[in-house]
Design a protein around this ligand. Sequence first.
Ligand code: ATP
Length: 375
Amino acid sequence: MLQTASYNSDRTTLDSAFDVELRKVFKVFNGETAVRGVELNIAPGEFFSILGPSGCGKTTTLRLIAGFETPSAGEVLIRGKSMTQVPPYRRPANTVFQSYALFDHMKVWDNVAFGLRIKRLSRSEIQQRVDDVLQLVKMESFANRYPKQLSGGQRQRVALARALVNRPAVLLLDEPLGALDLKLRKQMQVELSNLHQDLGLTFVMVTHDQEEALSLSDRIAVMKDGRIEQIGTPNDIYERPQTPFIADFIGDTNLFEGRVESSDATSALIRTHTGLKIVVARSPEENDAVHHAVVSVRPEKIHLHLSPPEAIQNAFPGQLKHVMYLGTHLHCVVQLDSGENLTVRLPNRFSTVPEDRSPVYVSWSPSDCIALAAL
Ligand code: ATP
């Protein structure tokens, strides 16, 4: 691996505590608001992901940082400087696109050198930088090939090299692995993560793949309808989702809606409209005045029993409707006697897979319930 210092953009003075700031940014296209008052602070060296369903405004947010779109209101700052008057090619940010956007008629080496030639760097400096960055992405032996003579993963590496050769402060990645098949995607995820660690650059990545965001990011912003619904570490987002949308969007979950029947300092009892009584662990500082709650229980937190369990809380009878064998685990659908269909994920430890339509019991701990409306 090369000396990484040569890839860090020159940070002689620290202008701001943040590499990227979005201050109440809006973007309206023909009367339709794509981004609604987004506020973000991204720290130097962070791997930050913007995650959300199709059309939620994540690509537009990235394009606003890159300068390919101008905010209808609000401000974008990079390293403490307002980017309002700064065109994309002058911003200390480079974008890697899902489509790679390579020049087909240029060899790999020339594709990577292109930006430096535009900047009129000396021939020797261009040579050095391009050789170094191709080595960094392990493409030095492909320098003389044309993009169409490369695999998808190799093209993606060239696209990364082309962005990194400019030594940006911030690398913007727009669904960078979206065009790759699953296996290559996993492999490139590891490479992207290693590259981020080695370079220490700020990465801002747009993805709709929650697993990719959870596995690569220091923090994630989840967007919905042009707004940020939650920002947090992968653990925060998965274990402590703040809204039913986040709980449902990030990983699988089972949601129950009901009335709060009683609560004390450590737990609350929720009764669903089908009559299930669910005990939810709570902390004393949570709000007592809430009468309605949505409870999320992750499929992997649910136990499946073939005979009545000893647990007296959150234990319910039902019928196994469907079992899907997925190698490392079993994906089961259980219909409770009260009517709800639950998704249950079991580690592949069952010596005999229970048959469809078997009578079963499910149980889960009150501490594995996530209360989404404050209790
Ligand atoms: P996807 O995952 O499908 O790419 P996204 O979350 O990245 O979705 P955006 O591309 O940011 O979503 O689009 C957000 C909204 O803004 C969409 O309704 C889209 O149709 C609209 N939009 C985006 N770009 C333009 C444009 N140039 N002109 C008009 N509308 C646009």
